[in-house]
Unconditional design. Sequence first.
Length: 170
Amino acid sequence: MSNSITIVEYRPEHQPYFEKFNRAWIEAWFEMEPVDEWVLTNPDKAILETGGAILMALYDGEVAGTVGLRKVEEDTYEFTKMAVDENFRRKGIAEAISYASFIKAKELGAKQVILYSNTKNAGAIKLYEKIGFRHLEVEPGVYKRANVKMVIDIMPAVKAAKLYEQSLLV
């Protein structure tokens, strides 16, 4: 099953997928904030040009999911805009792209990765806890919808990612 998942670096032709996958969950559960519009329509300027990265997940060659790493401090990246197309859910894509993002974050010089979420997204929070994120107090004013903040230190995250990769080879 997981052999069908390939993680690739974002290219400009991925922008419509990046926008579509994220717009779907944001509009279904929340309201689109100006910062969301900006990031979804300009991921190159919002994430890449500021020192971040975007990964895309392919499932049997089809674009199925995405995650961004937005540089927020010299050694801190925000795990952001993670989404899997509804046609590809429950196939291990979110877990695979999350682990791949830890390896990418380390390459970028991260010492930790943070994320913001909402308790409405209980499935995602459960995944984040499973892969090693721990809860922090949410500071006000980041995203209107954020009532969850989590962090993971990069070294244990990369170790977990490598164990995950090894488990796929068995």
